[in-house]
Design a protein around this ligand. Sequence first.
Ligand code: SAH
Length: 345
Amino acid sequence: MNDLRSMTADEIRAALKEMGEPAFRGAQIFDWVQAKKVRTFSEMTNLPKALRERLAAEFALSLLTVEKRLVSQEDGTRKYVYALPDGLLIESVFMPYDYGNTACISSQAGCRMGCRFCASTLEGLARNLLPGEMLEQIFRMEEDTGERISHVVVMGSGEPLDNYDNLLRFIRLITDEKGKNLSERNITVSTCGLVPQIGRLAGEHLQITLALSLHAPNDALRRTMMPIAQAYTVQETVAACDAYFTATGRRMSYEYSLIEGVNDSEACAKELAALLHGKNAHVNLIPVNPIRERDYKAPDRAAALRFQKRLENLGINATIRRKMGADIDSACGQLRLRAKAEQGE
Ligand code: SAH
């Protein structure tokens, strides 16, 4: 790894030592890339010029550039399309919630999970993002808004657990007290349900929130929506989430995208309630964001509320996700696709 923003303080120190530099230089550089969030080596003004030049020759510094930016006049939500150094595009969202500014970031350019309702996967996976490229999304949003981001959800394009090592490194870096110093508790990672990796994550004993994209209460229905349901059953997936809760004490969050006539029936609500009965879990209902390439539609507000009430009456904690930035609306991943098409023109 030669991307400085993807390296831990120890790794930077070791690399500098090998270059014959004193240990304190490593701490200075970590401070520049993680706390001061510089874009270039020349900004590292407390380093000798010769060292800056050597660093520039031997290391990369992950850097994103804004390709497109939409600002909601209604609630201050901002959607960004960033270009990676190799020209690939990713999407990130800034949401000013009451409890703190939240960044929704991407973990991969594209995705190979193939969920039927999702725009991010339509063109497959381009590549994994580096830890530094995940950090950069947050740093550039802070720079653009002039605001501090206190919460991060890894719910942009990509399957974070399909980029496991870089995700873990990202979490270690962003929670480093000499870097951005974000609290683990303010990080949510959402997965379509890679069962072995959920087990591995439980073993890390992090205090992050895990969100599981369930979307259907049984295998037959889930298999029509998500290819991953062919690999792992709903039972095994929920069992992995139970183990995550046992290992970490963190309440599970289950995402359920409501699709009219597909998974919003009374029978589905009952089956979902039975599946999650007695668990320390929260259900996040997301009226599906229709994408042009698919025929899925969201139920109307009354139907979504009925589904939520049914769950609550059966003892399941459920909320309907508030729609942010309705005036700059474009379903998750669609902004990127559009920008990509424009890029190709
Ligand atoms: N790969 C991860 C994170 C990415 S998406 C995962 O699958 O969880 C974050 C959430 O948005 C997931 O629950 C995903 O299923 C959901 N989602 C994707 N496209 C959607 C759409 N068009 N409408 C509503 N929810 C969507």
